[in-house]
Design a binder for this molecule. Sequence first.
Ligand SMILES: NC(=O)c1ccc[n+]([C@@H]2O[C@H](COP(=O)([O-])OP(=O)(O)OC[C@H]3O[C@@H](n4cnc5c(N)ncnc54)[C@H](OP(=O)(O)O)[C@@H]3O)[C@@H](O)[C@H]2O)c1
Length: 281
Amino acid sequence: MRYSMSQVPNLTMNDGHRIPQLGFGIWQVPNDIAAEAVENALRVGYRLIDGAYLYMNEEGLGEGLRASGVPREDVFVTTKVWNNEHGRDKARASVERSLKTIGVDQLDLVLIHWPVPDQDLFVETWEAFIKMREEGLMRSIGVSNFNADHLDRIIEASGVVPALNQIEVNPELQQPRMRAANASSGVVTQAWTPLGNARSFAAKPITEAAARTGKSPAQVILRWHIQLGHAVISRSVKPARQVENLDIFDFELTDAEMAAIATLDVGERTGPDPSVFKFMS
Ligand SMILES: NC(=O)c1ccc[n+]([C@@H]2O[C@H](COP(=O)([O-])OP(=O)(O)OC[C@H]3O[C@@H](n4cnc5c(N)ncnc54)[C@H](OP(=O)(O)O)[C@@H]3O)[C@@H](O)[C@H]2O)c1
């Protein structure tokens, strides 16, 4: 099977590199099915794969990438450095290992997965990222789960603004302040767990927009992310859902629908709080 062209628009990051606004994530996808999931995702039109050392499936990521037939230069590959590999030497070893395991010469984006403020090594890790980018190990560098104070600290210490901050955003956790903090520093926000574990699939603003547009609750929510202007990563191991989640560029939510979805924000995370999270495994 040949691969489809992508309809996903790009955003431009502060380092001049472009990033697909919608990507495909592989958290909790076992290594032995990651290859097939990534291959299929690329064939149906995704052009960004969001991986991490923690996900233990970087081998599958690389296999799927090669099997898809999509040229390497057309795919945006992200990985992340885990909490127990902060610090200059460990961060470098982590990035070198990811390059080798995925089987690519250069990563498109590497993120500090969590700030882990307790161990206070994220500034040193960031400085190592800057050096590795200069050497060409990755094209862009960013962070994940950084609060505004963590962002300010690395920017002040290094003078280098992250290209992107990947944070949890979904209808019940809309993060208006954090999205504004990213924007005011010129950092692209990228949303993880965008569907919020289906918590709002049955909420009226979602079901009403779905009924009007003939789309599913998941499509309405992903479209809401796109219209807020940030980047978003979705995940499904089911081929039909991979296609469904991409099929969000032929309709628009009205201002009233966007405003109704805004009322679903209750500030509740599905994941941990970045100011205290320090899981190391
Ligand atoms: N930086 C971080 O700390 C962090 C944390 C969490 C996630 N992430 C990244 O963000 C990505 C996205 O987050 P997530 O994996 O939680 O994604 P998500 O897309 O919000 O949720 C995925 C779940 O929703 C289901 N699903 C997907 N499409 C659906 C649809 N159309 N209708 C109904 N259910 C649907 C999937 O089930 P099926 O697979 O069975 O379809 C899966 O259980 C991750 O894969 C990872 O790459 C990063």
